[in-house]
Design a protein around this ligand. Structure first.
Ligand SMILES: [Zn+2]
Ligand SMILES: [Zn+2]
Length: 372
């Protein structure tokens, strides 16, 4: 094993440098993961465009790989052996606060970079911290004792396991946050990896009617939405989406709206509020906007709408996502459309952001081992 590790480091906004680091020293409770796949999502596009910190960061927060080197305490604690393939959650909780004790380590302040400058979270924590390799755009990833790992089942390859993050978010947002279940009617806005994952989660629990919106350039994604179980797709560039939703629901509107759009302004929330049923619907929002001018608070109150925040995933939703991938019940492998090497990180992120000539992009995988 080489004592050097190659990683792609974000050194400034929209700037990546390949750097060589010394292989981190491992204590008895730590390990190194050989990264097979680091998934890229919309968050990477935003963070690359406007980094939250100036310090150098190895991005990559959706990581799958094999345990390459580990202290004995680490293997015992995690019940793993060298060579095991795992999915690594990006949260690194403290296991001693009220959130962690409640099993909700995704809310732990030790992993919340927004309020804690010393937080540990894969893809966010600067490489100047102990362990150095805090992101998946690297040959190896540092695993401290409190990394949250999920063993990948037999038959699920690394690239498919790279879909755990969007799929677990789908399960968490649609089923846990919004309560989609048997007989629900659902409007999913945005047919990217996140929206398509919500389709699968909603279908799996028996939603009666799943409607997915997109634009004309999303044609391939909308076709995939239908293949994954959506009942109807709506091209908002050529059709009035509110009109379609009303017609498709016999004038009633939907029970649940899931906003999975990216950089679409206030439109999706406004459409969602109108598309929800007369009383008591639920909308899951993503807080992309710093402010929301003319927010229709009166309509929201009069329709008794519940607004929920899309907030990551839980341990259980990751386990369910892995089971779903292993079942082969949906053609989820069709989400994996593009793969790039470590030296192509900049191009890979911009591809997901729609800035390159690559066509029909859904999920972009970075394969750090593929050129060494
Ligand atoms: Zn992500
Ligand atoms: Zn904690």
């Amino acid at each position: 094993m080489s004592d050097k590790v190659l990683a792609a480091v974000r050194t400034a906004a929209r700037t990546t440098e390949l750097r060589e680091f010394a292989r981190p020293e491992l204590g008895p409770d730590a390990a190194l993961l050989k990264v097979e796949v680091a998934g890229i999502c919309g968050t990477d596009v935003k963070m690359y465009d406007s980094p939250p910190f100036e310090a150098p960061v190895i991005m990559g927060h959706e990581n799958v790989g094999v345990v390459a080197e580990a202290g004995p305490g680490f293997l015992e604690r995690h019940r793993l052996a060298l060579g095991d393939r795992v999915f690594v959650e990006h949260y690194v909780g403290c296991y001693n606060c009220e959130w962690c004790r409640a099993g909700q380590y995704q809310h732990c302040e030790a992993t919340d970079w927004r309020t804690n400058p010393d937080a540990r979270r894969y893809g966010y924590t600067p490489c100047t911290n102990l362990g150095t390799l805090w992101g998946g755009f690297s040959e190896y990833l540092y695993l401290p004792w409190n990394a949250v790992l999920h063993k990948v089942p037999e038959g699920v390859d690394a690239e498919l396991a790279g879909l755990v993050t969007p799929l677990s978010n789908g399960i968490e947002w649609a089923l846990v946050a919004a309560g989609v279940g048997y007989g629900s009617t659902v409007l999913i806005q945005g047919p990217g990896q996140q929206g398509l994952s919500q389709v699968v989660a909603c279908k799996e629990v028996g939603a009666r009617r799943i409607i997915v919106t997109g634009t004309t350039r999303d044609r391939a994604r909308l076709d995939l939405a239908l293949a994954l179980g959506a009942d109807h797709v709506v091209d908002i560039a050529t059709e009035d989406p509110l009109d379609r939703v009303r017609k498709l629901t016999g004038g009633a509107g939907v029970d649940v709206v899931l906003d999975c759009t990216s950089r679409a302004g206030t439109g999706p929330v406004l459409l969602g509020v109108d598309a929800l049923k007369r009383r008591g619907g639920t909308i899951v929002v993503q807080g992309e906007l710093a402010a929301f001018p003319d927010f229709p608070i009166k309509k929201v109150t009069e329709k008794a709408i519940t607004i929920k925040s899309a907030r990551g995933h839980s341990y259980r939703s990751c386990e369910l996502a892995l089971e779903q991938l292993a079942s082969g019940r949906y053609p989820l492998e069709r989400l994996s459309t593009h793969r790039f090497t470590l030296s192509e990180v900049d191009h890979a992120i911009r591809t997901l952001g729609g800035e390159t000539d690559e066509k029909d992009v859904i999920h972009v995988s970075l394969l750090p081992g593929s050129e060494s």
